[in-house]
Structures are given as structure tokens and as C-alpha cells.
Write a protein that binds this ligand. Structure first.
Ligand code: HDE
Length: 696
């Protein structure tokens, strides 16, 4: 099937650099670009050197303003395909025919940090999708958590100012652990539900490919007869929802600041195309008031136990951009980019976004013609009466650019009844002009508690740890104490556990009356296909270790989709126990445990493992253990674990006896398979909790 977006983009490709010599912007060939034109060898540079001036001028103007939020991101192209026709509730053309693939571009992002900040910070992740549909572009500009911090868009500048680096010293970069954010949170309890998500492991995803996406607001589907149905959008990743451990995430910021970006790029290059299922929660209009929260309140979710998520299609990302700036940086999303069949609701946060996104693109992309940029161009035909403006790249012909006209034959004509024109949903709205929040928006605690109640023990512990970390970095004790007070209205146990860690008095009273529980909110229920596809496994090797029998294990893991890399103290080859050379993929100094999901230790000669004297290898294994990662050890690798203080019987540590101890010198294929099977299960489980501490 042709990809209409890819075909369109071919028209915008730069000249093949191999097709001719270097030129100026005017196409004049250049034979010298290393010395400016000057008077004598040591004299002043001449103004008439147009190549020099053009080169510097262009360079001076290479930067555009970064996004005010979501500045750091990574994007990819792909397609969306519905499972079946959704005509029963929406007329959107791209949701009708399971044979039609609609091209998409997706940009994932962090919120707080600038363009050059690290990926693995504690933050919400943006998940913005542009569908290039036959009826025009539809943008679903979502996040990886289903609720937002505020209810009304007029508070957005306040919230973002509190979250961003503090203005006097521009600290901290890419972090929420500072006074102004928590000052705001403690004074604005509507933030609490989203704050609970931010303190959970959802805010440190292992991969963009392993996180959910949410439209957050309640939108409206509209069918061909004009009937509306409320809808919440959900993206569910095929690989399950997986997170990093906080300590790991922090170290990763230094080891690989591009960790999530690289992961997305590499997976697509390797043909491991990331995949999500699109699901919808549908609420008939007559049930608008059937819930104990307001559907227009973006700080609330609809528990899946009340309204199940109905899968309607899948999205696959299968193409990396050609050029980061041209595509990922210049892509312009807008919540008001809608197609017939999808409409807004009166959610006051959404209404504000409908203003903000267009406004921000005008500044960022330098004028109103940004929809002409290749990444933003619809594949649907565009015929407007808009003219001129900076960077106009369309040559409009003819004398008329107004409606009505007779001189241009009345063209472009207004769409007729059958031309799929966008019609806003008809809704009667009546009221006084007021600045007031509806009473139905006032409960800020029940769903924050619902989230807390729904967590497994390890998730709860991580949330407490996160609060202690964040508030422990807050200098103002009054802010710490006030935050604990508001947390007490969510859950007394949580507030007391946090208070204990940050040196403020435990709240006298704490809520224990919020009883709700929604198992669908726990990561425990989001294991995806349960596979180990694309997990990165480090095989630690060194001269003298047993490498002869590793091939079947590596093959078995690779055939299940994992990537196994042999890591040794030096690059090149190591000499295995049998004297043969074994190819090294990475040298230890260039990597670290935080860049892998699991570790495998081979067998070796009796006695101490050669890895024991390698500090980086020792740290590798100990870090993997501390971070709950699966560890597989064969033969003397098990003894190595013991020497490193790792409990060989801890959760997720998988061992097999030495080949030599069985006397045959080689693991039988049964043993190998049995070990690989157990190790695969441990890798699929991702992280293992409740391990005894490392012995020193
Ligand atoms: Fe955004 N948001 N936002 N936001 N947002 C932007 O638009 C804004 C909100 C989200 O990869 C900006 O093009 C307001 C919710 C994503 O290019 C800006 C409000 C959700 C992205 C803006 C919100 C989001 C943005 C900055 C409150 C999840 C990155 C640059 C009323 C449903 C898109 C830009 C990309 C970006 C405004 C709240 C998601 C300033 C005023 C809720 C994923 O227009």
C-alpha cells in the first residue's frame, strides 16, 4: 500500500550531495570554502566575499525558539489502521476501513527541560500524534498519563512557571524537585492527582515504546447523523508499560542523556517497529452526569472498570525522520486540528489549548505559513484564500483570494453536503458570564486516592520514595509541611510515610475514607505481550571465561527478540577458556548497567572469575542487582555473584550449575534450554523487587 505522506515528502528532498559540487544558496558552484577573501595573505576580509557572508549569516540564523514546554522530543513516522469500521459512533474517515492505513507522525517529549536536557528525568512525557487523513490532518496531542495538573487553562502559565527552572538562577534543569513547584502544588490541590502519577514510575519510562498515551480530555465523536458520544482516547503499548528505577534513571542522565531518543531510533532502524493499540472509552451523551466527577474536568479519569476501553485500531512506527530539525523540531501540533467526526467538549483546559497551540507556532515557526512545511503538510488537498506572509512557499495563481468571487469562477467553492465538510457539533449552551469553577470540579482528592489505592506494594514504595526525594530537595520547610498536609487529605498512610522521610511533623489526621480501587491503573496489569522483544541483555565476558557454549543461549534469546551484546574489558576479541577468540560488541568503559535490562555471566575456570578484578564489571553486576534487573549466571558466574555480595537466590537471579561439575565439559541442550527459559521469564518480568541488600 502506498504511503501518501512518504510520496509527498519525496518532492521536498534536498539535492543529492553526490550529484554535483558544493554551491551557494543561489546555486553558484564554490571551489574554496576554507579561507575568506582578503587583501593579501594577512590583510582584512572583504565584504564582497558573498560566499563567506552567506555562510556566516545562515549559521547565525540557524536557531528558532524552542517549545516553551515539551522542548525536548523525538519523533517517528508510521501508520494507523482501524480494526473495523467505527461508523456506529464517528464519521471520521480514517476510522472506517480496516484496509486503509493512515500515515502518522508521532513526537514524544519531556515537559520541563530545554531541548538539550536529559531524557530520563522524572517528568510527564508528551505523546503527540498527527494523522495525515484523507479529510485533513487530525492531531491527538496527548501525554503518557491520563490526567493533568490543572482544570482551567488560565492557570497554565502559573503552573509552568512554578515547574520550570527558577527564574533567578535557572535551576533545576529537567527536574521537578525544587521549591517553586511544590509551593504551587501545596497551594493548589487540584494538582494532586497528576502529582501522584508524576511521583509514580510512569514518570520514568524505560522507553517511549513502553508507555501508554492518553488524550486526557473528554472529546466527542460525532456520527454521520450528527449524534455525539463522549470519548476518551488511550494508546496501549504492545510491549507493556515498563519503567526505570529512580536511581538508574538518574545515573542514565549522565551515561546516556539520549537514552529514550536513542532507544526509539535504534528500534526502528533494527526493524523492531514500536506498536500501540488505540482504545476508546465511550460515554453516551445522556450519561454526561452519571459519574461522581465531571467529564469536563481534566484532572479526572474514567476508571476502566466503569467504562471499559474498547480497542479500535493499531499504530506502528516504522520510519525514522530524515532530518531532526526539519521534521521533529518543526512539526506543529494543534489540538484544534480536527477532522469531521471528532469534536471538542467544553473542558476549560482544552478550550485554552485550542488557543495556545496555534499561537505558539506563530512565534516558534516564524509566521502563519508553517502548515506548508513538509512534516506539517496534509496529504489532503489544500485550497485556501490565505495569502502571503513570511516564508510563503506556495505560488498561488489567479487574481482572486476572497469569497465570494465571480472573477475566479467562485472558486474555491464552499463544500457541498457530500464533500465531507467539518461541521461543529450542535450543542445548546446557556449561562451567565461568570468567572467561577463548577462545584462538580471541587473534589481533588478521591481520584488521587484511587490511584494510590490501586498501586501494588512496590509501586507504593516508589511513590513514597519519590515524594521524599522531591520534597527533600525543597529548601522551604513550610512548603514541605504544607505539602504533607494536603497529601493527608489523599491518604494518611502516604502522608505519614512522606513526613517521616523529610523531617516534618506527621499530619495529625489523615484521610482513610477513599476506598476506590482500579486495578487497571497499576503497571502490574500492563504487561503487554509479555515478550522480551527489544530488551537489551549484557553478556559480561573476559579473557579466560567459558565462551564455547554461549552460542545457543544467545541464539535463543535473540530469536525471542532480545538484543545480546558481549561486553568485555577491552574491544576487539577476548580469548575464551578453550583458547578461541570471541568477538566483543562493546568495551566496558563505554557502557554501564543502566543501559541494559539484564546481565548474563558465563561459566569460567574454577576459582575466581577474571571479572572480579575489573572494577567496571563488578559495578555493572552490583548495579544491575540493586536496580532489580534480571541476572543470569552459569557455573562459576554463580560464585562470582556470591563474591560480589549478590544473593544468588534473590528474585530474578537465575543460575545454572557449572558445566565442568557435571563432568561432561558442556551443558546439555536440555540444561541450556531450561536455563534460557527461566532467564527469559525473568527478563520478561522486567524488574524484580524485594531483594536482600547487597552484602559488602
Ligand atoms: Fe500542551 N502545549 N498545553 N498539553 N502539549 C504545548 O505547543 C498548553 C496540555 C502537549 O511534540 C505547546 O507546540 C496549554 C495537556 C504535548 O510538539 C503549547 C495547556 C496535554 C506538547 C502548549 C496545555 C498537553 C504540548 C508548546 C493547558 C496532554 C508537545 C509547544 C491549557 C493532553 C507537542 C507547542 C509537540 C505542547 C500549551 C496542557 C500535551 C505552549 C496552554 C493537558 C504532547 O502551545
Amino acid at each position: 500500500m502506498t504511503d501518501a505522506k512518504r510520496t509527498q515528502q519525496e518532492n521536498y528532498q534536498a539535492q543529492d550531495p553526490a550529484s554535483g559540487p558544493l554551491t551557494t544558496d543561489q546555486g553558484v558552484a564554490v571551489d574554496h570554502t576554507d579561507d575568506s577573501l582578503r587583501v593579501g595573505e594577512r590583510g582584512p576580509t572583504l565584504l564582497e566575499d558573498f560566499h563567506f557572508r552567506e555562510k556566516l549569516t545562515h549559521f547565525d540564523h540557524e536557531r528558532i525558539p524552542e517549545r516553551v514546554v515539551h522542548a525536548r522530543g523525538a519523533g517517528a513516522y508510521g501508520y494507523f489502521q482501524p480494526y473495523e469500521s467505527c461508523a456506529a459512533f464517528t464519521q471520521a474517515a480514517f476510522l472506517q476501513d480496516p484496509d486503509v492505513k493512515t500515515p502518522v507522525f508521532v513526537r514524544f517529549s519531556t515537559v520541563q527541560g530545554p531541548r538539550g536536557s536529559a531524557d530520563t528525568v522524572r517528568d510527564i512525557r508528551g505523546f503527540a500524534t498527527k494523522f495525515y487523513t484523507s479529510q485533513g490532518n487530525y492531531d491527538l496531542v496527548g501525554n503518557n498519563v491520563p490526567v493533568f495538573f490543572i482544570q482551567d487553562g488560565i492557570k497554565f502559565p502559573d503552573f509552568v512557571h512554578a515547574l520550570k527552572p527558577e527564574p533567578h538562577n535557572e535551576i533545576p534543569t529537567g527536574a521537578s524537585a525544587h521549591d517553586t513547584l511544590w509551593d504551587f502544588v501545596s497551594l493548589q490541590p487540584e494538582t494532586l492527582h497528576a502529582i501522584m502519577w508524576l511521583m509514580s514510575d510512569r514518570a520514568i519510562p524505560r522507553s517511549f515504546r513502553m508507555m501508554q498515551g492518553f488524550g486526557v480530555h473528554t472529546f466527542r465523536f460525532v456520527d454521520a447523523e450528527g449524534n455525539g458520544t463522549f470519548v476518551k482516547f488511550h494508546w496501549k503499548p504492545r510491549l507493556g508499560v515498563r519503567s526505570l528505577v529512580w536511581d538508574e534513571a538518574q545515573e542514565c542522565q549522565g551515561r546516556d542523556p539520549d537514552f529514550n531518543r536513542r532507544d526509539l531510533w535504534q528500534a526502528i532502524e533494527a526493524g523492531d517497529f514500536p506498536e500501540w493499540e488505540l482504545g476508546v472509552q465511550l460515554v453516551p451523551e445522556e450519561d454526561e452526569f452519571a459519574f461522581d466527577f465531571d467529564l469536563l474536568d481534566a484532572t479526572k479519569l474514567i476508571p476502566e472498570e466503569l467504562v471499559p476501553v474498547r480497542p479500535i485500531g493499531r499504530m506502528v512506527l516504522d520510519r525514522n525522520p530524515e532530518n531532526f530539525f526539519a521534521e521533529t523540531e518543526q512539526v506543529a501540533f494543534h489540538t484544534a486540528n480536527l477532522v469531521p467526526g471528532i469534536d471538542f467538549t467544553n473542558d476549560p483546559l482544552l478550550q485554552a489549548r485550542n488557543f495556545s497551540y496555534l499561537d505558539t507556532q506563530l512565534l516558534r515557526l516564524g509566521g502563519p505559513n508553517f502548515a506548508q512545511l513538509p512534516v506539517n503538510r496534509p496529504v489532503a488537498p489544500v485550497r485556501t484564500n490565505h495569502r502571503d506572509g513570511p516564508h510563503q512557499s506556495v505560488v498561488h495563481s489567479g487574481a482572486t483570494s476572497y469569497t465570494p468571487n465571480s472573477l475566479g469562477g467562485g472558486c474555491p467553492a464552499i463544500a457541498g453536503a457530500d464533500a465531507g465538510a467539518y461541521r461543529h457539533h450542535v450543542e445548546r449552551v446557556d449561562g451567565e458570564t461568570i468567572r467561577r469553577r463548577s462545584a462538580s470540579f471541587q473534589d481533588h482528592y478521591s481520584q488521587a486516592a484511587l490511584f494510590w489505592n490501586s498501586m501494588s506494594d512496590w509501586e507504593k514504595q516508589h511513590i513514597v520514595d519519590a515524594f521524599r526525594f522531591e520534597l527533600g530537595k525543597v529548601e522551604a520547610m513550610s512548603v514541605r509541611a504544607r505539602t504533607v498536609e494536603v497529601l493527608a487529605s489523599v491518604d494518611g498512610t502516604l502522608a505519614r510515610a512522606v513526613a517521616e522521610g523529610i523531617g516534618v511533623p506527621a499530619p495529625r489526621q489523615g484521610a482513610d475514607h477513599h476506598k476506590g480501587n482500579s486495578p487497571a491503573l497499576s503497571q502490574e496489569s500492563l504487561r503487554g505481550d509479555g515478550s522480551i522483544r527489544t530488551r537489551r541483555i549484557a553478556l559480561l565476558v573476559a579473557d579466560g571465561l567459558e565462551t564455547e557454549h554461549l552460542a545457543p543461549i544467545r541464539e535463543a534469546l535473540s530469536s525471542r527478540g532480545a538484543t545480546v551484546e558481549a561486553i568485555a574489558p577491552h574491544d576487539g576479541k577476548i580469548t575464551g577458556l578453550d583458547g578461541s577468540g570471541y568477538v566483543v560488541d562493546r568495551a566496558l568503559p563505554t557502557v554501564a548497567s543502566v543501559l541494559y535490562d539484564a546481565v548474563l555471566l558465563p561459566d569460567g575456570p574454577p576459582g575466581d572469575s577474571p571479572l572480579l578484578t575489573e572494577e567496571a564489571a563488578v559495578r555493572f553486576v552490583r548495579d544491575a542487582y540493586r536496580h532489580g534487573k534480571p541476572i543470569g549466571a552459569l557455573g562459576s558466574g554463580v560464585a562470582l555473584l556470591e563474591r560480589l555480595g549478590v544473593a544468588a537466590d534473590a528474585h530474578g537471579v537465575v543460575t545454572a550449575p557449572s558445566a565442568s561439575s557435571r563432568g561432561d565439559g558442556a551443558p546439555s541442550s536440555d540444561d541450556g534450554e531450561e536455563f534460557t527459559g527461566r532467564f527469559t521469564e525473568a527478563v520478561a518480568a522486567h524488574r524484580h523487587w524485594n531483594r536482600p541488600a547487597l552484602r559488602h
